[in-house]
Design a binder for this molecule. Structure first.
Ligand code: AHM
Ligand code: MG
Length: 337
């Protein structure tokens, strides 16, 4: 039995410190938590409930959708549409925004999410996750438009992720530090297990898909080469490398023991007219908010991600985040050209 603080209790107690809070936000977060529990249950049962494999369709970005991409997107919509807290939702898996159906009351918040990030890992039974972000809807929210979602990451009210790994965890920030909760499957509650998560400023561990090495720009080439040179090179220190291809698992490792994660822009993307791999609204902004709240940094290479003015719903950006001193080093390599 666990006598710890449940996520519901934690959110309610946090809300008590906010002046003018109505309970709407607490209730919205609870619905998001419920959606993640449902997805966790589906992910855990995997092949037993027939959710592995491709759905045979593509999303707006031309990526093949997995069955679980579509199922978990549906779970998020159904869990969050009815309670009256949201004006609209936007998802990596939907072409357009999803205004709250007319049969339900509309609220003052917007929700963006990647319902199952790293879903290519589902079929091989490696960790996947859900990423979400909550924004205020400009103008109160009666009729939300795509433009309402195009807010800089600094405007986020809350962001979090659920990690479906050996245990299911929820990591959350409301702009007041970062806290981690572990799902106790027996009682169906997330319990506070990782209070005040912080990222060490220094690290000797980096994460990048090195198969793209020949396409990288010179600053990334230089940074990674210096890591690989280890004790014999400019850094005078040996580095370790990881690549899970699941951003949630990658960020969680960094929140736990430090590290730097990079999905930079490269010449192959540029040739295809792409501006990065990861999506600003569903992946880069929420993760950058969490990382900064834990004392880390997050940049595109040259700019702070949270200050970018989004131009479109599905905009992609380069992402370099994690331990502050390493991210700053990568920034300085970009500034030196
Ligand atoms: P997805 O949202 O389609 O799952 O893609 C995002 C994922 C990230 O979780 C991960 O960091 C990256 O794609 C892995 O990319 P790659 O397969 O190029 O290594
Ligand atoms: Mg994703």
């Amino acid at each position: 039995m666990h006598n710890g603080t449940s996520i519901t209790q934690f959110i309610i107690e946090e809300q008590r410190h906010m002046t003018g809070a109505t309970g709407d936000f607490t209730s919205l977060l609870n619905d998001v938590v419920t959606a993640c529990k449902v997805i966790s249950n589906l992910v855990n049962h995997g092949a037993l409930v027939g959710v592995l494999g491709s759905a045979g369709s593509e999303n707006v970005q031309g990526e093949t959708q997995k069955k679980m991409d579509i199922l978990s997107n549906d779970v998020f919509l159904k869990s969050n549409e009815w309670a009256g807290h949201l004006a609209a939702m936007a998802s990596e898996e939907m072409d357009d925004i999803y205004p709250i159906p007319a049969k339900y009351p509309r609220g003052k918040y917007l929700l963006t999410f990647d319902p199952l990030d790293g879903s290519s890992n589902m079929d091989v039974n490696v960790s996947v996750g859900t990423i979400f972000s909550i924004l205020r809807c400009p103008g109160g929210g009666a009729e939300a438009t795509e433009r309402d979602f195009l807010q800089a990451g600094t405007q986020q009210v809350a962001a979090g992720y659920a990690l479906y790994g050996p245990s299911t965890m929820m990591v959350l920030t409301t702009g007041n530090g970062v806290n981690g909760f572990t799902l106790d499957q027996n009682i169906g509650e997330f319990i506070l297990t990782h209070p005040n998560m912080t990222i060490p400023a220094d690290t000797r561990e980096f994460a990048i898909n090195a198969s793209n090495m020949r396409f990288w720009e010179p600053p990334i080439q230089r940074y990674v080469q210096e890591c690989l040179d280890g004790k014999d090179g400019a850094r005078d220190s040996d580095f370790n490398m990881r690549w899970i291809a699941s951003m949630v698992a990658e960020v969680h490792r960094i929140l736990t023991r430090g590290g730097i994660f990079m999905y930079p822009i490269d010449s192959k993307m540029k040739e295809k007219g792409l501006t990065g791999k990861l999506r600003l609204l569903y992946e880069a902004n929420p993760m950058s908010f969490i990382v900064e709240q834990a004392g880390g940094s997050s940049i595109t290479g040259t700019e702070r991600i949270l200050e970018l003015q989004p131009e479109s719903l599905h905009q992609r950006v380069p992402v370099i985040l994690g331990s502050r001193n390493e991210v700053e080093r990568v920034l300085s390599y970009h500034q030196q050209g």
